[in-house]
Design a protein around this ligand. Structure first.
Ligand code: NAD
Ligand code: TYD
Length: 351
């Protein structure tokens, strides 16, 4: 079996659904269920005998050790994190606690457990640390996309905490021959993403004819990857990646925020026609402090070494995503009636 941390979140839940559809090994999902964790993301596999959920914190060392002793996973896929840049600006403490200290705790518990298993079991085990392109910081307009050897220049408490955890994982591999791999992925989008992030936030606001907040001039660039492509990349890295290596996972799809929002407006107009076009709802608001201008990733290593390339085109992926939110009003209602309401007041009231 494999142990997934943070599997009730956006990417983790997509990964578990994708894993159970394509692989045979069972999944144990350890998740604290913060505001971002939603067991409703996994109702489709609730009754699958190969899926088990454990409500708990990666900072709980005794719990992690117990799970490792009891289940002997062949891999840990580590998603658990605080993941939203704006929240890290309002409250960085949780980011250090989960992303840095929590990852350290997981590494220590796993290292101790690996010391008790056979050489053969250890040689098969993999620790896959799921990270972000934001660790490379803001690239200039004329910079080539970041490769795996680009320097780390994080600019937000979120990206700094992810950078710190990447460094710890790499150091454990060098120092203790800890069998880890790291992936740094660009911005994901797709079903089940919490509507604090750009694409689901704009989709739901556009559906409800609410203002569409654009930070600054809207010309910041992100590279977008459909979440299903991220999941297939993670399975490839687990199966065939080389221990100690880092792999960039990118979508070859750099877009300005304005391009993304305007494309979303067109799709929503087409699927749910309204009296006025959604583009009239664009609302330029105060910029995010330390707002990175451009992220771009060179994922050539993953293509060359493991034969992985993204399959989804941005326009079709976006269409699938909007359709998913339209087809799942109950999921939306449950998320919107929860803590997300308070977040909207905290983040947007003073902008
Ligand atoms: P998310 O915020 O949707 O989900 C995070 C999950 O982790 C939630 O289920 C939450 O309950 C859980 N969690 C948080 N703290 C925990 C703790 N202390 N113990 C156990 N569980 C805890 O995040 P996501 O967007 O799915 O991102 C998953 C991972 O992928 C993160 O590590 C993130 O840095 C990385 N990543 C995300 C993106 C993106 O675009 N979303 C891109 C690249 C990398
Ligand atoms: P986000 O989804 O928060 O991801 P990240 O900051 O990790 O890249 O934001 C994506 C881009 O969209 C980023 O440049 C900030 C911008 N943005 C807005 O313009 N308005 C918004 O309301 C949000 C949430 C983001």
């Amino acid at each position: 079996m494999i142990l997934v941390t943070g599997g009730a979140g956006f990417i983790g839940s997509n990964f578990i659904l994708d894993w159970l559809a394509n692989e045979t090994a069972p999944v144990l999902n350890l998740d604290k269920l913060t505001y971002a964790g939603n067991p409703g993301n996994l109702t489709a596999v609730e009754k699958d005998a190969r899926y088990r959920f454990v409500h708990g914190d990666i900072n709980d060392r005794a719990l992690v050790e117990q799970l490792l002793r009891e289940h002997h996973p062949s891999a840990i896929v580590h998603f658990a994190a605080e993941s939203h840049v704006d929240r890290s600006i309002h409250g960085p403490g949780e980011f250090v606690q989960t992303n840095v200290v929590g990852t350290f705790n997981l590494l220590e518990a796993t290292r101790a457990w690996l010391g008790t298993v056979s050489a053969e079991e250890k040689s098969r085990f993999r620790f896959l640390h799921v990270s972000t392109d934001e660790v490379y910081g803001s690239l200039s307009a004329d910079s080539p996309p970041a490769t795996e050897i680009f320097p780390y220049v994080p600019s937000s408490p979120y990206s700094a905490s992810k950078a710190a955890s990447d460094h710890l994982v790499r150091a454990y591999c060098c120092t203790y021959q800890f069998p880890s791999l790291i992936t740094n992925c660009s911005n994901n989008y797709g079903p089940r993403q919490f509507p604090e992030k750009l694409i689901p936030l704009i989709t739901l606001n556009a559906l409800n004819m609410k203002a569409l907040p654009i930070y600054g001039d809207g010309l910041n660039i992100r590279d977008w990857l459909y979440v299903g492509d991220h999941c297939s990349a993670l399975r490839a890295v687990l199966a065939r990646g080389r221990i100690g290596e880092t792999y960039n996972v990118g979508g070859n799809s750099e877009k300005t925020n304005l391009e993304v929002v305007k494309t979303l407006c067109n799709i929503v107009d087409e699927l749910r026609p309204a009296a006025s076009p959604r583009a009239s709802l664009l609302n330029f608001v105060k910029d995010r402090p330390g707002h990175d201008r451009r992220y771009a990733l060179d994922a050539g290593k993953l293509a060359r070494e493991l034969g992985w390339e993204p399959q989804e085109k941005f326009e079709s992926g976006l269409r699938k995503t909007v359709s998913w939110y339209l087809d799942n009003p109950q999921w939306v209602e449950e998320v919107v009636s929860g803590g997300y309401r308070n977040w909207l007041d905290t983040n947007y009231a003073a902008r």
